[in-house]
Ligand binder design. Structure first.
Ligand code: ADP
Length: 499
């Protein structure tokens, strides 16, 4: 049987997906299943590990069925996942000791405060590339061990810690390997980017017993064979990779200086910085892009908290539009935003402004301001915020990228894409395959099993569906950016009582 297809398991925050690809990177079929979110307290978020596993297995079976292929035609399976979400299970039985603590969960904010007060922030930054935060797995695992009083069992080697990639590999691969890949390890706040090892100082800081930890493997590597009962035949499981890293790979951003931005609820921008680990001066995170043959490639990462969510807000709270898609036609119905700026700092501002006291602000309105102007200003705000991230990255990397590759739901909006090109003064490339996260995991798995001879070959199938080239005059751009900067200034410090 000709083993030609590559399959990605894309385990996300709200759904588990599976996509079947041809070796050229064209999607053949996909299936997705949503699962329940648990909110046991304000600000707490959990997933049931059994839901994660069952929706992932069912979506895989459905995608293979829809493709109409024989499972024996699958060359390899790659796994990509929501990052940082933390699981703890029994090594003997595989049973979870608790629900998964999801990356969004804020229950360990106090733990992080304590680390900062003890003066560990700089050490954490230097070793992990991360700004200490409750997002990352370290304090979540610390909380689980405290809450379950499980340190002695952990010390005896009876328990396994893992992120979602690790949990899926343990349960889906024959022989129960306890592994994680370097990109996922890099989001735990326990892994040293410089040494590529779990770090004793960090483990001591969070009181984490070493026997809990998975073995860290390369991003593209055969972990083992899929358990026979999943698809009825053994298939190599050949990549584990965090979702944003998979998207960077799937976008073919394999050279230093190449950047991708994902426009979803929020926006996630990653820039490949090559073999050099760069520490940000602009408040971005340093992270691994991937690790191949033991060699790490690094990246800078920044995120916009409110991206497409600003459009949901126009639709669901202000009722200015009926659908997200309608925002485009409305924005185009006016020639400019009429000097209006919306800063959707609903939960503060992230990189490069880092102001948790900033709040949503709409400035520049006159008696002539219409619904269309406000809708347009909201779309423009997504582009301005992403532009600020790109500027910070270019400054940190001392390199201005030649283009930006984009994906995510809001890239369907041609107005937004053109405005993005205009304010960044950079060509925007929208690929033919928008499933870049799944594609990246599939390509990495293909690389591990020899479908491709080298990483560069995986990018041969990447194609732009459309390019948006900058059309704005330089003076107009300068004027627009000046206005945006003043609007951000107006939004800042608002929630600080003594401002
Ligand atoms: P996520 O993976 O974060 O759920 P998606 O990639 O599915 O996000 O994108 C959904 C987001 O994109 C929503 O916030 C929605 O408001 C926005 N969006 C979808 N279509 C459009 C559009 N045509 N114009 C602007 N925003 C859009």
């Amino acid at each position: 049987m000709n083993k030609r297809y590559l399959v990605a398991l894309d385990q996300g925050t709200t759904s588990s997906r599976a996509v079947v690809f041809t070796p050229e990177g064209r999607p053949v079929s996909s299936a997705a299943l949503e699962f329940k979110q648990h909110y046991p307290q304000l600000g707490w978020v959990e997933h049931d590990p059994d839901d994660i596993l069952s929706t992932q297995v069912e979506s895989l079976r459905a995608a293979v069925r829809k493709a109409g292929i024989d499972a024996r035609e699958i060359a390899a399976i790659g796994i990509t996942n929501q990052r940082e979400t933390t699981l703890l299970w029994d090594r003997a039985t595989g049973r979870p000791l608790h629900r998964a603590i999801v990356w969004q969960c804020r229950r360990t904010a106090q733990y992080v405060e304590r680390l900062k007060q003890a003066g560990h922030a700089d050490t954490i930054r230097q070793k992990t590339g991360l700004v200490p935060d409750a997002y990352f797995s370290g304090t979540k695992l610390q909380w689980l061990l405290d809450h379950l009083d499980a340190r002695e069992r952990a010390q005896r080697g009876e328990l396994c810690f893992g992120t979602v990639d690790s949990y899926l590999a343990w349960h889906l691969v024959a022989g129960h390997p306890h592994v994680t890949d370097a990109t996922n390890a890099g989001r735990t706040m326990l892994f040293n980017l410089n040494t590529q090892q779990w770090d004793n100082d960090l483990l001591a800081m969070m009181d984490i017993p070493r026997p809990l930890l998975p073995q860290v493997v390369d991003t593209a590597r055969i972990i083992g064979m899929l358990e026979d009962d999943v698809l009825g035949t053994p298939i190599p499981v050949a990549s584990l990779v965090g979702d944003q890293h998979a998207a960077l790979f799937g976008q073919g951003c394999l050279e230093a200086g190449m950047v991708k931005n994902t426009y979803g609820t929020g926006c996630f921008m990653l820039m490949n910085t090559g073999s050099e680990l760069r520490h940000s001066e602009a408040g971005l995170l340093s992270t691994m892009a991937w690790r191949l043959d033991g060699k790490p490639t690094y990246a800078l990462e920044g995120s916009v908290f409110v991206g497409g969510a600003a459009i949901q807000w126009l639709r669901d709270e202000l009722h200015l539009i009926d659908s997200a898609a309608q925002s485009e036609q409305m924005a185009r119905s006016v020639p400019t935003s009429g000097d209006c700026y919306l800063v959707p700092a609903f939960t503060g501002l992230g990189a490069p402004h880092w102001d948790m006291y900033a709040r949503g602000t709409l400035v520049g309105m006159t008696r002539g301001t219409s619904r269309a102007h406000i809708v347009r200003a909201a779309l423009e705000s997504i582009a301005y915020q992403s532009g600020d991230l790109l500027a910070a990255m270019a400054q940190d990397a001392r390199q201005r990228p030649a283009q930006l590759r984009v994906d995510g739901g809001a890239t369907a909006n041609d107005f937004l894409m053109q405005f993005q090109a205009d304010v960044m003064d950079l060509p925007i490339l929208r690929p033919a395959v928008l499933e870049t996260t799944a594609l990246g995991a599939a390509l990495l798995a293909g690389l591990a099993v020899g479908v491709y001879q080298n990483a560069a070959e995986t990018a041969h199938g990447w194609q732009a569906e459309r390019a948006f080239t900058p059309r704005m005059q330089a003076e107009d751009r300068a004027q627009a950016l000046k206005g945006w900067k003043r609007a951000v200034d107006a939004a800042r410090y608002w929630a600080r009582q003594d401002a």
